[in-house]
Design a protein around this ligand. Structure first.
Ligand code: FMN
Ligand code: SF4
Ligand code: SF4
Length: 277
């Protein structure tokens, strides 16, 4: 089977899912790539042609696909065309995310022919509390490209759409997770929740550092920061994605969640990327 175009669908506030998606598409090596980046806004109805291949790469929030990613994908319609599903998580766990995405993409009319779980730097990672810093790194991206090449080979070897078999993403190998750090993490999370320590609902801003450059306004996926009022955040709109924190050139924005030290302490061991094809 020949593939004439590849659709890359992403939602990626801190750009790790986008980097992984780009590397997979590089590996597929198709000359026509249509980028559908849903990070800043949704799209109008989009019908994916039957002979196109789609790659969807989205982040994990709370063990599920980031809800806004799903919301913004609702207008994509496929008529049995093949899709590759990728979830990117911050080295803790992706839990139900890949299965969620499989159910959702199947509902949009896609045929799932491959899946993957990749690690990206945690949105809450900071200099003080590093979590999966720098990932996806060169090795992850090389692995992603190789995955793209394998996808290309799978498609090329299928005589037609009927012969391009689907995969059961529940059979993907889980990354290794030592029991005791996980157990200690869970215990501390329970204690933290019981203690009633407040979880910040938005990043905080140091007004002395802010130069009102507007970078955070442009990169906020939900419009939670208004031009001219960059030192505030609209609580009801904020999804705590940390795009503004990571992009602020002055380090004026920080998100100090009590989760961060626990993540940094208990998920030091770097997890492996996994694929199923
Ligand atoms: C609200 C929120 C919830 C998250 N939940 C998880 C999680 O359950 N497990 C995990 O390993 N990482 C979690 N992360 C980290 C992200 O999945 C990870 O940093 C990912 O690389 C971000 O993707 P992006 O760069 O495309 O935005 C969470 C991040 C945010 C902002
Ligand atoms: S990116 Fe940082 S410095 Fe620029 S407006 Fe936003 S908070 Fe201020
Ligand atoms: S204000 Fe909230 S939603 Fe907007 S970029 Fe910052 S953390 Fe994300």
């Amino acid at each position: 089977m020949d593939i004439h175009e590849v659709y890359l669908v992403t939602f990626s506030p801190t750009r790790t899912s986008k980097q992984v998606g780009d590397a997979i598409v590089r590996g597929i090596g198709c000359s026509k790539v249509i980028n559908i980046d849903l990070t800043l806004s949704a799209i109008e109805r989009c019908d994916i042609p039957q002979d196109a291949l789609t790659v969807i790469s989205v982040p994990v929030y709370g063990g599920h696909v980031a809800p806004l990613a799903l919301e913004r994908m609702k207008e994509i319609h496929a008529n049995g065309s093949p899709v590759v599903l990728v979830v990117v998580y911050g080295n803790r766990a992706y839990e139900k995310a890949l299965v969620d995405l499989d159910t959702f993409a199947s509902g949009l009319g896609f045929k799932v022919i491959a899946g993957a779980t990749f690690v990206g730097e945690h949105s809450y990672s900071s200099e003080k509390y590093p979590v999966a810093v720098g990932r996806p790194d060169a090795e992850d991206l090389q692995f992603a490209e190789l995955f793209g090449q394998k996808i290309l080979a799978k498609v090329a070897n299928a005589a037609d759409m009927e012969k391009l078999y689907g995969v059961d993403v529940t059979r993907i190998q889980r990354p290794r997770q030592p029991f005791f750090p996980l157990f200690r993490f869970m215990r501390k999370i329970l204690k933290l929740r019981k203690s009633g320590v407040p979880f910040p609902r938005t990043p905080k801003v140091d007004a002395d550092l802010c130069t009102h450059c507007g970078i955070c306004v442009k990169n906020c996926p939900t419009g939670a920061i208004l031009k001219g009022d960059e030192c505030n955040t609209i609580t009801e709109k904020c999804i705590k994605c940390c795009a503004c924190v990571k992009r602020c050139p002055q380090k004026a924005r920080t998100y100090d969640t009590p989760f961060a030290p626990l993540l940094a302490e208990h998920f030091k061991r770097q997890k492996e990327d996994r694929i199923i094809i």
